[in-house]
Design a binder for this molecule. Structure first.
Ligand code: PRP
Length: 188
């Protein structure tokens, strides 16, 4: 779909275009290919937000990597996470002595990834790093290092390319700022 699609009327503005995403994903794929040469790489998709980023990114990595999927839920709903994380679906395979790259759509407070890094580190991987599409540094409340991140964005409520509001808008090919009237209407 293009940006004249009806669903785009719910956006205030587009923040990252599909073309910018495509270029960033290609560049990151090349970087990962270089950095993980000769290593047993496991790329871990954190559902659901990272799903689109993940499937595009792995196709740009020229290595015999394996894929894993993990589903977590930060208790509560709405526009911010609480930091209390529950594992809804764990990895299928052992990651001991393997190089793990966690793929996330967005680092906001950082609490979700901080928790995941702790949990997965205890399984003795050879290394563990984070690749995030979006980073909101202004919102960070924990000390977290992301090895790769594509875009720093302002503290706005963003949707699209996997990111949702109330489970909707994940299917937008671009990333945009949700129009406040959408969540204000839900709050009323
Ligand atoms: C989002 C996102 C990260 C987390 C970031 O997931 O995918 O996992 O929030 O927030 P934090 O840095 O403040 O912890 P969400 O819980 O919305 O689930 P989803 O990926 O299924 O949309």
């Amino acid at each position: 779909m293009d940006t004249t699609a009806k669903i785009y009327e719910d956006l205030d503005r587009i923040l990252v275009t599909r073309e910018e995403i495509r270029q960033a994903v290609e560049k990151l794929g090349r970087q990962i290919t270089e950095d993980y040469q000769g290593k047993d790489l496991v790329m871990v998709c954190i559902l659901k937000g990272a799903s689109l980023f993940f499937t595009d990114l792995i196709r740009e990595v020229d290595l015999p990597l394996s894929t894993e999927f993990m589903a977590v839920s930060s208790y509560g709903s709405g526009t911010s996470s609480t930091g209390v994380v529950r594992i809804l679906k764990d990895l299928d395979r052992n990651i001991e002595n393997r190089h793990v790259l966690i793929v996330e759509d967005i680092v906001d407070s950082g609490k979700t990834l901080y928790y995941l890094m702790q949990v997965l580190s205890q399984r003795h991987p050879a290394s563990i790093s984070i690749a995030a599409l979006l980073d909101k540094p202004a919102r960070r409340v924990v000390d977290l290092t992301t090895r790769y991140s594509c875009f720093n964005i302002p503290d706005a409520f963003v949707v699209g390319y996997g990111l949702d509001y109330d489970e909707k808008y994940r299917n937008l090919p671009d990333i945009g700022v949700l129009h406040p009237r959408i969540y204000q209407a839900d709050d009323a």
